[in-house]
Ligand binder design. Structure first.
Ligand SMILES: [Fe+2]
Length: 271
């Protein structure tokens, strides 16, 4: 099975991701060695004016493909972006949706909150036929405090993308615990690298994949790392699992370490 990564800051010199072609090629080599067959480059779009660089970014993608071919690296490359949530959310641009599929867009919230307008805005967007793919919800302060928020987004039709590093403790214990709880509740639809460089936030998915397969089995691993990301890239409908109720997750985790149990109790109480 080959992985498909829909979140990566691998294009050089655009954002806080790769700094130059050397690093981008090294990251791509890591991706290939890790078993990633297809990768969507998703530079940050912080405001509408970033879309003015769209043409440049397509040229960079073409250059990247050429350089990858010269380096004999066989990873299929596409373009999208990671849009920072804002009232003026431009979804009609070619790069707004992943691999220009016209359907799925990768969206990022501020680290510590989710703006009030989001729920209503997403509802309208989903009705109009586009689907938000929420980047790394396990890192969001408001989701960490109240997991029900993640459940509500999924119930309305949004998809949740977890970072591979979150499950490995890269962003601390709380984020890791949140990632584990979201997985327990089957609220995570896909895992991506959110790679930024070749040293720390790398282009590696296999470790998180192995952890998920060990815990939840091969079917879940294949779904989260290959089947669902493939459908997203192609713009095909994703068949959704019914999430487990949060109360059930809490009961299932009764044997979990004390700090997690305490935290879970608080989470359910603050629903
Ligand atoms: Fe990102």
């Amino acid at each position: 099975m080959k992985f498909i990564d829909v979140h990566s800051h691998i294009l050089p010199g655009i954002d806080d991701g790769s700094e130059n072609w050397e690093q981008s090629i090294e990251m791509l080599r890591q991706a290939e060695q890790d078993g990633i067959a297809q990768l969507v480059c998703t530079p940050h779009v912080h405001s509408a004016k970033d879309f003015l660089h769209e043409k440049e970014w397509f040229s960079l993608l073409e250059e990247f493909k050429e350089r990858a071919a010269n380096a004999r690296i066989a990873v299929d490359l596409q373009l999208g972006c990671e849009i920072y949530i804002q009232p003026d959310l431009q979804l009609h641009r070619p790069i707004s949706t992943l691999a220009q599929n016209g359907r799925y867009f990768l969206v990022e919230f501020p680290m510590n909150m989710i703006p009030d307008f989001v729920a209503d805005r997403f509802f309208k967007i989903i009705i109009s036929g586009k689907t938000p793919v929420i980047a790394h919800p396990e890192r969001n302060g408001q989701v960490i405090q109240r997991l029900q928020i993640a459940y509500d987004f999924v119930a309305r039709g949004a998809l949740l993308q977890m970072n591979a590093g979150s499950l490995l403790g890269m962003f601390g214990d709380t984020v890791q615990q949140t990632a584990e709880l979201l997985l327990e509740a089957d609220l995570i639809h896909l895992v991506a690298s959110d790679a930024h460089d070749d040293q720390n936030r790398t282009q590696v998915l296999s470790k998180a994949y192995q952890k998920i397969v060990d815990r939840y089995g091969l079917e879940r691993g294949t779904r989260l790392f290959s089947i669902t990301p493939q459908k997203i890239v192609r713009g095909e409908p994703v068949s959704l699992q019914t999430p487990v109720s949060l109360e059930q997750v809490r009961l299932q985790n009764k044997k979990s370490p004390l700090n997690l149990r305490k935290w879970l109790n608080r989470m359910v109480q603050t629903k």
